[in-house]
Write a new protein. Structure first.
Length: 84
């Protein structure tokens, strides 16, 4: 499956829960919305600003955030996984 993002295509496979659920016994899966409900500091913009302020990202990774005009760590992780 390919995802179109702001004029570009990002190839990665999205698995259905049905296909991967056997790998996750006795596990709870919470989305980012749940953590944001606990504390707004878990919003992507807050997390990105935190790591940028502390110089915790390599220049390559910072460029990915800039190029895709995003604060979405999940997108950047998927992109990085595609490069390996």
């Amino acid at each position: 499956m390919s995802i179109n993002h702001q004029g570009g295509t990002v190839p990665f496979e999205i698995q259905s829960w049905e296909n991967i659920s056997a790998n996750y016994k006795d596990t709870i899966l919470l989305g980012n919305g749940a953590s944001i409900a606990v504390d707004p500091r878990f919003e992507y913009t807050s997390i990105l600003q935190h790591v940028l302020d502390r110089d915790m990202l390599s220049n390559d990774v910072q460029q990915l955030f800039k190029f895709f005009q995003t604060c979405d760590f999940e997108l950047i992780l998927r992109l990085a996984a595609c490069r390996t």
